[in-house]
Design a binder for this molecule. Structure first.
Ligand code: ZN
Length: 537
């Protein structure tokens, strides 16, 4: 077999980019460098992100080529959310990757041992990451230490001239990378240009949350990133690396605008539940780890019997409540499901069966149609990792299903009680809202760090809660299953060796297998994704 001529890859994640918006800016001629990359390589306007459409879990899925799951037993990664809780610790482990404690540095450990990053899979050669913290296996990363990162975060947050700051933050990514290509021996033990580089442009997410993706500043920022991509291409060309480099450009999720910010005052009043806090409220019987329009609720059956705080020092203070318990929770026998559906605009609710194992289980789904009507359905899964299959069963006499797939001629054919794998679900749902949900929801619930109950609005109302605390009044969000939040752009280009053409649909976990194949490398782990070269139209 002839040796592949692609000898290095650059994986670049531009945070928070909707596919439709990105390609419409390309069409208008506003992103000329991305356009050139698109025309000279392969691309998809319909790349499906992971569940939920949040920064850290999706970027982990991109970089490991794995979805989440029971990370102790199956090939998958262990990061279910950006904010989560692990109740196997005493006291429970509370993670918030955006926190000032720099929890972000623990993310590489949180991935678990049953997945590898692309850098670990490639093995030999120099690897680097620039402002990308999911970087197990890299030889040089920037910023080099926690102090520098903290200063960097502070600068982004408090520097008065926002526009100047984001420009600087973007520029640093490409300038640094080109310097690494120019003088590898300043960064690595050997004087060889990196075989794999991981980049993260985070400014687009910051601007989106503040001003929305329709704002001028958001578009100006993308245009600046495009100019930097131009700088990267000409820099690589000048150094003689463009011909053997593959550049992958993608995003972690899209975005939407909510109509308003809700509050949970009535929910707290009705239920008299308080949110757990590791220092301030150890007696809390519940934790909402995050809730924008998609809410993740953890409950603690043990705390309700607590007489005093010292008892919390028991082994295993939290455990997963039974469903019976959630239907009559606490001394007042609250039905948690009913109360969650009383939260303004909450339309969807998902939870796992108690008897689930990594190999077999059920996820229950409900959609509120009106005060008196719920549509119910369930997902059943069997197998794990790449071999997992699921079926989507609905129980409504009117033949309606929770995700409204019944309205679509292609998708409805898959609602026949048979089990399907991830790529069959991709084919069935890649053009719809809640794409891939029958597969992705099962994987998410398999992770013991996931919540007991997940609720969702349709993106009209957002709650902006992280670990029980309301964070802002921002209405620009991402997380829900709607296409504007779940579909990201993908371009793989650079070297002339990369085939040209469009891929009609794909998933973010197809990116790593494609890059490995371009490099002529084996994953050494059973990846779930496909080599997209074979999916060109
Ligand atoms: Zn993001």
């Amino acid at each position: 077999m002839p040796k592949s001529k692609v000898n290095r890859v650059i994986l670049c994640i531009i945070d928070d980019v909707r596919s439709d918006q990105f390609f419409s800016l390309i069409k208008k001629g506003l992103l000329p460098n991305c356009k050139k990359l698109m025309e000279s390589g392969m691309y998809s306007t319909n790349c499906i992100t992971d569940f939920p459409a949040l920064t850290y879990p999706t970027q982990v899925s991109i970089i490991t080529g794995a979805h989440t799951g029971d990370y102790r037993y199956e090939v998958c990664h262990g990061v279910p959310l950006s904010n989560w809780m692990d109740r196997n610790y005493n006291p429970p482990l509370v993670r918030n990757y955006g926190s000032k404690n720099l929890d972000i540095y623990k993310i590489n450990e949180d991935l678990g041992d049953n997945c590898k990053t692309i850098c670990e899979m490639i093995q030999e050669g120099n690897k680097t990451s620039i402002i990308q913290f999911i970087n197990r296996g890299v030889d040089y990363y920037f910023p080099e230490n926690k102090l520098k990162l903290a200063l960097y975060y502070l600068m982004i947050k408090y520097y008065p001239k926002f526009r100047t700051t984001i420009k600087y933050v973007n520029t640093i990514v490409i300038k640094k990378l080109l310097d690494i290509f120019r003088r590898p021996n300043h960064y690595f033990e050997t004087n060889e240009a990196p075989i794999c580089s991981l980049l993260w442009f985070l400014t687009s997410d910051m601007v989106m949350h503040k001003f929305g993706s329709e704002s001028l500043l958001y578009k100006i920022n993308l245009m600046q990133i495009d100019r930097l991509m131009g700088l990267l291409i000409s820099g690589l060309k000048e150094l003689g690396y463009l011909d053997d480099t593959a550049i992958a450009l993608t995003s972690d999720h899209g975005n939407y605008r909510a109509q308003g910010v809700g509050n949970l005052d009535l929910f707290y009043k009705h239920t008299r539940l308080s949110n757990y806090h590791p220092r301030k409220n150890q007696k809390g019987m519940m934790n909402i780890s995050e809730f924008a329009s998609l809410g993740f609720f953890y409950f603690n059956p043990k705390n309700m019997n607590l007489q005093n705080a010292s008892k919390i020092k028991d082994d295993n203070p939290w455990f997963r409540p039974s469903l019976e318990f959630l239907e009559a929770f606490g001394t007042r026998k609250i039905n948690v499901f009913n109360e969650l559906f009383r939260i303004k605009s909450v339309k969807l609710l998902y939870y796992a069966a108690e008897t689930n194992t990594p190999q077999k289980g059920q996820i229950f789904l409900q959609r509120k149609v009106n005060a008196n009507k719920l549509i119910r359905g369930r997902l059943e899964y069997r197998g794990s990792g790449e071999n997992m299959q699921t079926r989507y069963v609905f129980e409504d006499s009117t033949q309606q299903d929770v995700f409204k797939y019944y309205k679509n001629a292609t998708a409805v054919k898959y609602l026949n009680g048979k089990f399907y794998g991830i790529d069959e679900w991709l084919k069935a749902t890649s053009h719809l809202d809640f794409p891939l949900y029958p597969d992705l929801l099962c994987r998410h619930f398999k992770n013991p760090r996931s919540a007991d109950i997940i609720v969702s609005t349709e993106g009209d109302i957002t709650y902006n809660i992280e670990q029980g605390k309301k964070k802002s009044n921002q209405v620009f969000k991402h997380d829900i299953g709607a296409r504007r939040s779940s579909i990201v752009p993908l371009i793989i280009s650079g070297s002339n060796e990369i085939p040209k053409g469009e891929i009609s649909y794909c998933k973010i976990t197809d990116i790593i297998p494609t890059l490995l194949s371009l490099l002529g490398k084996k994953a050494q782990i059973n990846l779930i994704g496909n080599n997209l070269k074979n999916n060109l139209i």
